[in-house]
Design a protein around this ligand. Structure first.
Ligand code: ADP
Length: 583
């Protein structure tokens, strides 16, 4: 059976809005009920309503005077009653529903909506944030002066041709399906990454008998991932990027990009950013910066393994070892070696600075240099693997929690009591109690390893995906302990997050891809720092920790106020029929 051909020759569907949604505020425009301007329909129904009310009342009076029974109605009475009902329904629909709803629902506080007008005005005055607006405040800005129109990418997208397969491509697809051409060799054989992806995709659909429509192929630079980010591509997954902020940290404002499909997450983090901003900002301090790699080596005896441990940990040998290690890169600088022994086996944890790179490649190269060097003095050393899991990469491990890996950061803020009440809709006391019982005691009861927080991984994962970090390192990068304490005679809240192993880079890996690079640029940390190598990646780590602080504040507040489920129902539940989504 032949799968449907995916690549149509039709132009890409225009993304321009096809229909303007009529706004009721657009007075002078037709209402959606009648093809007349709103003010005319309103005037018509108002007049009708009061006229028939007057008419019916006079008829009533007349019937009482003439002793006519009320149920005896004339044709004009029937017309008047029907007109009364019609105008009543119209006026109720137009003016009444909101009023009724406001009466019924006014007592149910929304997570994001401000309740007290006066307080909000007060907070708005203090809120120096510019963009984007805090959700709970009226952020109406004065009208902007006219500016030159912004050139959007829309035109470019419209002009992009949709991939069309040729006769020659058809032959190659057949040979991939038949197994004569390996799918992985397409890029090198064709010298055109986009074409290789299109052919591989078509061959895959025919082999599997399933359509990949919905997974886009066009609109991506496949050359940019070759030999770096992804092998054998057949398309790319789209993840929306939301912005929370401005996040005020160390005196600077950041708009934080978050790639996520979890409704509520960006809105919630944004609320935390607002609470931090209104309280004067957060302070984020980098404590350590060193990537680790720990090979496993084996000897014939435990004594020999111990000999190597003593040699490696002897401060007198550090100079020699670092010269060997540092040959691997201009940026990789050996910081320390820590060994753990298990019988005849030795695990050697090398730590090094890596400039603006996350540093896994860099540290691995340095480690390889040292292992080659050691082989001369320890010829009986058997290298089991360059990674012996004592590193420890992409797995929850106490070594990272205690020793740190990548960037170790502590971030704090003092949130004013007023802000806790009016923006976070809870109290200092409730937050402190919840933090103690949930993040500390609850996590201890669960036997948590680095999980003494509410949802650090939510924020870490979203920023990692947006900025081209390795999302698998979310495991240890999300190790975090959240502390909350009442300060200033119990009026204000001191909150902190301590994160010992944030693994981020601004060069290498996925950071150089167009979308991810744009997100790094938004944060002002794109690429290698010109002035101080490593400064960009260190700043990024402090931003990650501060965004986690914002996320912790907001989620903890929602839980403390008992609003978590309600807000998720509002922001995280589609009203669409999901059964129809996957047809
Ligand atoms: P990783 O070690 O995170 O896997 P890569 O090895 O892929 O990263 O990328 C680091 C590369 O970028 C190295 O080749 C390094 O020489 C280069 N580079 C350029 N500028 C810097 C910088 N400021 N910091 C770190 N690496 C840099």
């Amino acid at each position: 059976m032949e799968a449907p051909r995916l690549y149509s020759t039709k132009p890409v569907q225009s993304l321009k809005p096809t229909k303007k949604i009529p706004l009721e505020e657009d007075t002078g425009k037709a209402s959606d009920a009648l093809p007349l301007p709103l003010y005319l329909t309103n005037a018509l129904f108002f007049t009708l309503f009061f006229s028939v009310v007057y008419f019916l009342l006079s008829r009533w009076r007349e019937k009482i005077r003439t002793s006519t029974p009320l149920h005896v109605v004339t044709f004009s009475d029937i017309i008047a009653i029907l007109s009364f009902l019609a105008s009543f329904i119209y006026l109720l629909g137009f003016f009444g529903i909101d009023f009724v709803q406001s009466l019924v629902f006014q007592s149910s506080p929304d997570v994001w909506i401000a309740e007290e007008e006066d307080d909000e005005v007060l907070l708005a005055k203090e809120d120096a944030r510019k963009v984007p607006c805090g959700q709970a405040l009226d952020c109406s800005l004065p009208p902007l002066p006219p500016v030159a129109p912004i050139v959007t990418v829309q035109k470019v997208v419209d002009e992009k041709p949709v991939t069309v397969l040729t006769e020659e491509d058809e032959e190659i697809i057949k040979s991939v399906v038949a197994g004569t051409t390996p799918s992985y060799s397409l890029e090198s054989k064709l010298g055109d990454c986009k074409r290789a992806a299109a052919i591989r995709r078509e061959a895959l659909q025919r082999l599997i008998g399933k359509s990949l429509s919905g997974l886009p192929l066009d609109g991506f630079d496949y050359e940019s991932i070759l030999g770096q980010c992804c092998e054998m591509p057949v398309g790319y997954v789209q993840i929306p990027v939301g912005i929370s902020g401005p996040l005020l940290v160390n005196g600077r404002e950041y708009s934080v990009p978050m790639a996520t499909t979890e409704g509520c997450l960006v809105a919630s983090t944004n609320r935390g950013c607002k609470a931090i901003h209104l309280s004067g900002g957060a302070t984020s301090v980098l404590l350590k910066d060193g990537m680790t790699r720990a090979p496993c080596v084996r000897f014939g005896t435990a004594k020999r393994a111990a000999d190597l441990k003593l040699y490696l940990e002897d401060p007198d040998n550090f100079e020699t070892l670092s010269v060997v290690f540092n040959r691997s890169s201009r940026f990789g600088r050996l910081q320390g070696i820590k060994c753990a022994i298990a019988g005849k086996n030795l695990y050697i944890r090398f730590t090094c600075s890596t400039g603006d790179a996350m540093g896994m490649n860099m540290v691995s190269k340095g480690v390889q240099n040292v292992l080659d060097f050691l082989q001369t003095d320890f010829p009986d050393m058997d290298v089991i693997g360059i990674s012996g899991n004592y590193c420890s990469d992409k797995k929850p491990a106490a070594v990272n929690w205690i020793e740190g890996r990548g960037k170790s950061v502590v971030c704090e803020a003092t949130i004013k009591g007023d802000v806790v009440r009016k923006v976070l809709k809870t109290s200092v006391e409730s937050l402190v109690e919840l933090n103690m019982l949930k993040n500390l005691t609850g996590s201890a009861m669960a036997g948590a390893l680095g999980g003494f927080n509410a949802h650090a991984s939510n924020i870490v994962a979203a920023i990692y995906i947006a900025t081209g970090q390795d999302p698998a390192q979310n495991v240890e990068s999300s190790h975090c302990i959240t502390m909350m304490e009442a300060v200033n005679d119990g009026k204000d809240l001191h909150v902190s997050v301590t994160m010992p192993s944030i693994e981020v880079g601004t060069v290498g890996g996925g950071t150089q891809l167009a979308s991810q690079s744009a997100c790094l640029n938004l944060l002002g940390v794109k690429g290698a720092s010109k002035e101080t190598p490593g400064a960009n990646s260190r700043t990024l780590a402090t931003i990650v920790a501060s965004a986690v602080l914002a996320g912790e504040l907001s989620l903890m507040s929602a839980i403390a106020a008992g609003q978590l489920v309600k807000s998720h129902m509002k922001y995280n539940r589609s009203t669409k029929d999901v059964s129809k989504a996957s047809s």
